[in-house]
Design a protein. Structure first.
Length: 727
């Protein structure tokens, strides 16, 4: 992506500027526009009664940037609608005038603050945004609605999500050229965006005005790099938000350019509404095809960004949704009514029969706990991770689909079709220019929302390892191709998986049924074993009906996440501490019953924090400021019905060995190691058959394999069909 404006001939935006300006802006001269812009900066007040002048105050604090609300400029009473129309229809001409007026006002303000002398003020960058739909300023449209014939060279607002960012580079605004023969020099202005500059082919030194001298020959000019004036420039890739992409369609994306103070302000995963000038340039691919018919007419569109709709400070775009007073009142009344939590549970996937505990867990995941900032500056995550593991055809994928449609921000993906780079981030070499740039994956794009991963067990182990950091620390560290950075991934993970054999086998231990490493299991706050109960009566009770109030729930979740951040009370914390000790002991006893040193699903401090997060999420459902004992008891009940039930699931007493059985297992281990060389792969079925022929019981062989796996000598591959000896 970076470098796409290097080494090619480009054409100025201004050659394609629409001449159809608004009627009240047609007669504006350059001087009139400068005067009106300066007057707007000096005199604008929001209500014409307060003593504050927002734009003059901005210049007084910082004379390098001026953030202007287009709704203020287009206000019919306090603003300047003619300037707003002119800026919208012809921004390439009027935005430089706005910046010139801002620089003049900054000089005036600085001179008043000092001794009256003329201060040296740098150029001021005007950044545009729009806070309300009032007024006619800037066309708001999606990427699918962009039509070059209607919007080229006009000011547009395009919502999207930044998926890639190049390294900052330098863009020349003015260059100085010098003749090789006579030493004549002149200063040339470069066109903005990806626009270049046209260097004269003949020397301009002449004694006759308007007539060039031919004594210096053709192409006599050299560029003097040391006398060039440059600004920072960065190229971005903006993509449609996942929730805006129609089902079955590929998401659309477009190239964007930012310069000066906007460089480095956004990173992959940032959701913004970009305000910019829709421009076009001739791509290099088109340039190579000039000999083909119509090749010279091919143009590529891009957005020259001049501001962001939402506040983006230090690369952190904390998405703050806006709500009407009526919506807020409705939400508060809903939360104040008795049984608000139960009504929320009833709205979670009502088209799915039963699974009350899973629905409560998904509700907690959608609302989330409270994110905490520690005294040392680190953060504790408030997002809740849930794993659904069990039989096929138990509505696991439907729960994921519901969560992806209900969460304000969500990305749905499948484990089989997802790689480590696709889930986290990747460094890609640009086809044009050969430079590297950073592109965010699903967990970066879902920052502040939910990632739904179906077929979680089908992921390669090395791909699952890649999301360890994202699930607990909620960051993604990248150190590739000279790019070292850290991206945010503040997301909840809702995953669905099947046991290795396809169905959950009650005759096997929990460790055999849950073929996932303890390092990934410990990062899930709630783990559910979902079994397909074969009951004719239950099948008859399953009702089919559609969700009717999904939009209310989606807005309510968005409101709660933005406005409520409860903390657990001291009494509830003491209750939780006592219960946690009991849970640890119960899990250890369950592991001992299976003959293992540690349970298949470890109960650690992470699970203690998980119960805290679930308690806070339950409190947020009622807009409560604190999470009390009632919320902690409900969270403990949910935890026992999910993770603790999974710990105790499966055959409980198959690995309780007597001394004779233990000696027999050691003999089985020796036979297995004798048949499998270090580093080799053997079919589990082949091992079972061979050892059965020499007199060993098949169940005993399975126990020996399980014991060797727990010691780290062996591991299962390809859904437990192959056995790999590691040492």
């Amino acid at each position: 992506m970076s470098g796409f404006d290097e080494g090619a001939v480009f054409y100025s935006d201004q050659q394609f500027v629409s001449v159809g300006l608004a009627e009240d802006a047609v007669n504006l001269t350059k001087q009139q526009a400068l005067t009106k812009f300066g007057e707007f900066i000096r005199t604008f007040q929001i209500d014409n009664k307060s003593s504050s002048f927002p734009y003059a105050d901005q210049l007084a604090k910082s004379s390098q940037r001026l953030r202007v609300d287009l709704a203020h400029l287009a206000h019919p009473v306090y603003g300047a609608p003619d300037l707003a129309s002119a800026l919208t229809e012809n921004p390439a001409d009027f935005l430089p005038l706005f910046e010139a007026a801002a620089k003049a006002e900054a000089q005036r303000i600085r001179s008043l603050a000092e001794d009256g002398s003329e201060p040296d003020v740098a150029d001021v960058q005007v950044m545009l945004h729009k806070s309300s739909p009032a007024g006619h300023a800037a066309h708001t449209l999606s990427m699918r609605d962009i039509k070059p014939e209607s919007y080229v060279s006009k000011l547009v607002m395009v919502p999207g999500i930044i998926t890639a960012a190049s390294r900052p580079k330098h863009k020349a605004t003015y260059i100085t050229i010098q003749c090789r023969q006579c030493g004549h020099s002149q200063r040339l202005a470069c066109r903005p965006g990806v626009g270049g500059v046209t260097i004269p082919r003949q020397c301009g030194a002449s004694t006759v005005p308007g007539q060039a001298s031919n004594t210096c020959g053709m192409d006599p000019y050299l560029v003097l790099p040391s006398r060039a004036e440059c600004i920072d420039q960065q190229s971005l890739k903006m993509q449609e938000r996942p929730e805006d992409v129609p089902t079955g369609d590929l998401p659309r994306s477009m190239m964007c350019l930012v310069d000066r103070g906007l460089v480095g302000l956004v990173s992959p995963g940032t959701r913004v509404t970009a305000v910019g000038i829709l421009s076009i340039y001739q791509s290099k691919e088109a340039g190579k095809a000039r000999d083909r018919a119509g090749g010279v007419a091919i143009r590529q569109s891009y957005l020259r960004i001049v501001g962001f709709q939402e506040d983006v400070i230090n690369g952190d775009s904390s998405r703050k949704p806006t709500f009407s007073l009526e919506e807020e009142q409705e939400f508060k009344e809903f939360a104040a009514q008795p049984g608000a939590m139960d009504r929320i549970f009833a709205r979670i996937a009502p088209n799915i029969f039963g699974h009350a505990d899973i629905k409560r867990a998904i509700a907690a995941l959608l609302f989330g706990g409270a994110r905490k900032r520690m005294p040392d500056g680190t953060y504790r995550r408030g997002d809740i991770n849930v794993l659904l593991l069990g039989d096929p055809s138990t509505a696991k994928s439907q729960f994921l689909k519901f969560a992806s449609k209900t969460a304000p921000i969500a990305v749905y993906t499948s484990g089989k079709g997802s790689s480590a780079a696709g889930l986290t981030a990747s460094v890609i070499r640009s086809v044009i220019g050969g430079r590297f740039y950073l592109e965010g994956g699903a967990m970066v794009l879902a920052d502040g929302g939910v990632v739904c991963i179906d077929e979680f067990d089908k992921m390669r182990p090395e791909d699952r390892v890649a999301i360890h950091e994202a699930m607990e620390q909620q960051t993604i560290s990248i150190a590739k191709a000279g790019i070292t950075t850290m991206l945010r991934s503040r997301t909840s993970v809702l995953a669905a998986a099947n046991p290795p054999s396809g169905r959950y086998d009650d005759m096997k231990s929990a460790q055999e049924n849950i073929d996932l490493q303890s390092t990934i299991l410990s990062r899930f706050d709630l783990i559910f074993i979902v079994k397909d109960e074969r009951s004719m009566a239950r099948d008859k009770m399953i009702a089919q009906h559609v969700l009717g109030e999904e939009e209310f729930l989606k807005r309510y979740i968005e409101y709660v996440r933005a406005s409520c951040s409860p903390r657990i009370t001291d009494s509830a914390a003491r209750l939780l501490a006592n219960e946690y000790v009991d849970l640890r002991g119960e899990a250890q006893r369950a592991a001992g019953a299976e003959g293992a040193d540690v349970p298949a699903i470890p109960i650690t401090v992470r699970q203690l924090e998980a119960i805290v997060r679930v308690s806070e999420a339950l409190a947020k459902m009622g807009l409560q400021a604190v999470a009390g004992e009632t919320h902690v008891r409900a969270a403990l009940e949910l935890f026992k019905a999910s993770t603790m039930d999974a710990v105790k699931s499966g055959l409980m007493d198959t690995l309780v060995f007597s001394e004779e059985q233990r000696a027999e297992v050691h003999r089985v281990e020796e036979q297995i190691k004798r048949r499998v060389a270090i580093g080799s792969f053997v079919s589990e079925r082949k091992l079972l058959d061979e050892l059965s022929r020499v007199g060993f019981n098949e169940n005993l062989v399975r126990k020996g394999l399980l014991y060797l796996q727990s010691n780290g000598d062996f591991e299962y591959r390809r859904e437990r069909r192959l056995v790999h000896r590691m040492r």
